[in-house]
Design a protein around this ligand. Sequence first.
Ligand code: GLU
Length: 282
Amino acid sequence: MSYRDQLKDKQRIVIKIGSSSLQHPETHGLDYTKIDVLVREICDLKNRGKDVILVSSGAIAVGRRAVHLDASRMNELPMKQACAAIGQTRLMMVYQKIFAEYNHMAAQVLMTKNTIVDNLNRFNARNTFMELFELGAVPIVNENDTVATYEIELGDNDTLSAVVGALVDADLLILLSDIDGLYSDDPRSNPDARFISEVDDLSTVMDMGKGSTGSDVGTGGMNTKLQAAQIATVSGMDMVIANSADIKVIHRIVDGADIGTIFKSKPDPAFDLPLYVQQMHK
Ligand code: GLU
């Protein structure tokens, strides 16, 4: 049995999708076809008896489009947060509707850094997730951008998804992104960049990224994905980065297909999630 084969037995799966993967690039309008496939894939995993959490970005992007704001106003923090408030509800309305079409229930969970750092908040959040699993609902998670200034809080949803996975003892994290996975260098500028399909030891990959170009590994955004991998692997999750161009990769990954980059779990009992989160972005 190959390493990938055992992904079939994963019981608790966190799936993260980014704003750009939910929108049409030409207009930034929501890509309903993609969202529909995403929800269908998740409902199918639910029907296979798995617990699934969706970490979805898009609040700010959807809100911004709703109020027709141009890019220059998006530097203002209160404006961004107002957009998040408008966009989050729009996004949830779409999710709720499509989940209902497949006879499943979506539940919104908005978190901040404090949800993890504060003992009582963390305890409550974990209990809520457990109860939602019990009820068969699909928690849809985002950072509470309206009250958390997202650059200085948990920050990005790659990290958030790993943190959520660690909180609920998930065993698989799938990051859907606009790249195929991890490359030894940025494939857009270096034709010799090598695709890495399996990572056993995260530290070797971190070093490789700091190689000749002096840049991070692969394309932009890989930094936060490697941070997510760090949290995920020590918390006992395998993590897969895959391209969101075809959302159906979700069930293929869970069926054990060799898609994207897998970071193999390496549980570390000494890993202290609240402490780690507290020290982030300092
Ligand atoms: N929480 C932000 C949003 O929903 C996005 C953060 C991220 O994409 O990493 O708009």
